[in-house]
Design a protein around this ligand. Structure first.
Ligand code: NDP
Length: 356
């Protein structure tokens, strides 16, 4: 008996072609907590996306992770995964020292790359990744989630539309208590990219760059160990000079249980006070103070990671750009490295963007 359908065969062919062109098959590089907690769900929020495989250095843990998250395949060797599994795009969320080589191998295999922050351990490594993606013609992005928050989009709009006038100064405070399950390499392994500066300062640098649309010129800083770090800093304070003349004060720590997070911008015509917004969740408050009085701002409470992935997917299809591209990843890393350099040397450090 012939198969019958209410849709003509030619149309089915066209629909299948469109589905093939718009579907995205993901490989996860790293059986990480960030993927388990946020990114797997965010990837799957797009009905055209699927996760075909996961890479872990430990076969048993990888297989267990794959089972837990309904991922069909797990691998321990990246080149095998890249050649065997159906993958268009990889999401890299291993420890930081692995990002460079894993990104370069994926790019060489023609895969688009969404890489976790910090992009790499050094600026030249990060630049190698971004340049390789450019040469290969694949999309490359950095997972700086905060620029996707409705709160930060609202703050950026206030600044861009002149509601506080010229920005004179900014203050970001992102001193939290690092939960015990995240402590591991972050507090004791410099060779894996541990320490509060690569972990949090890099996010704050990206967020300030996003709001002010300019890149810090120079920084001074003090960093230290205030109870958690072993061989890496767990607390840092720094001051950055911006090209516009604005000054930025930044505080990151793993040891502050009750400080709360926030960001403030002070301008000639007003001030913005945002609280509890340096976070992975769509929460927090924003208050605008001007000569007209005080105003609480509302904002969209969409999922930060889903927005990031939505823009990334569109960029892969040739429309628009990711919320934070590779150059954003390089520049935000450059600021973090300058803060570390300034804290170690005790001197003011010019931020070296290596020409980017
Ligand atoms: P994890 O420690 O969870 O994962 C990093 C690596 O550690 C994994 O790739 C895995 O290795 C190994 N690992 C994970 N869990 C275990 C375990 N239970 N036992 C033994 N080994 C384990 O790191 P995170 O998810 O916190 O961070 C990963 C990356 O993502 C970092 O680059 C970090 O900076 C970034 N990040 C970004 C965030 C954002 O919001 N943008 C938030 C949090 C992290 P293997 O794969 O070999 O199995």
């Amino acid at each position: 008996m012939e198969r019958s359908s209410i849709v003509p065969t030619t149309k089915i062919g066209t629909i299948q072609k469109i589905l093939r062109e718009t579907s995205m098959q993901w490989g996860l590089i790293g059986a990480s907590r960030i993927a388990a907690s946020y990114m797997i769900n965010a990837i799957r929020a797009d009905p055209a996306a699927s996760i075909t495989s996961v890479l872990s250095s430990d076969a048993e843990r990888g297989a267990d992770y794959a089972r837990t998250h309904a991922i069909p395949n797990s691998y321990t060797d990246l080149s095998t995964m890249l050649s065997e599994a159906e993958i268009d795009t990889v999401y890299i969320s291993t420890t930081n020292e692995k990002h460079r080589d894993q990104a370069l191998a994926s790019i060489a295999a023609g895969k688009h790359v969404l890489c976790e922050k910090p992009l790499a351990m050094s600026l030249s490594d990060a630049a190698d990744m971004v340049e390789a993606a450019k040469a290969k013609g694949v999309t490359f992005a950095t997972n700086h989630h905060l620029r996707n928050a409705g709160s930060h989009l609202a703050i950026r709009e206030l600044i861009a539309t002149g509601r506080i006038g010229d920005v004179l100064s900014a203050r970001v405070f992102h001193a939290v208590h690092l939960p015990e399950h995240l402590q591991g390499w972050r507090i004791n392994d410099a060779s894996a990219g541990g320490g509060v500066i690569p972990d949090i300062t890099v996010h704050d640098a990206d967020t300030i760059r996003f709001h002010l649309d300019e890149d810090p010129v120079s920084v001074v800083a003090k960093a230290g160990v205030s109870g958690l770090g072993e061989g890496v800093e767990d607390s840092v304070m720094s001051v950055w000079s911006m090209p516009s003349g604005a000054m930025v004060q930044s505080h990151e720590s793993f040891t502050h249980g009750f400080a709360g997070t926030g960001i403030e911008f002070h301008g000639a015509k007003g001030s913005i006070f945002a609280r509890n917004v340096m976070t992975q969740e769509p929460v927090g408050s924003i208050r605008l103070e001007t000569a007209r009085g005080s105003e609480e701002l509302s904002y969209s409470t969409h999922n930060l990671y889903e927005r990031s992935l939505g823009l990334f997917n569109k960029a892969v299809q040739g429309a628009g750009r990711p919320s934070a591209d590779g150059i954003d990843g390089i520049k935000s890393l450059a600021v973090a490295l300058a803060v570390r350099d300034a804290a170690h040397s005790g001197r003011e450090v010019q931020v070296n963007y290596e020409g980017y």
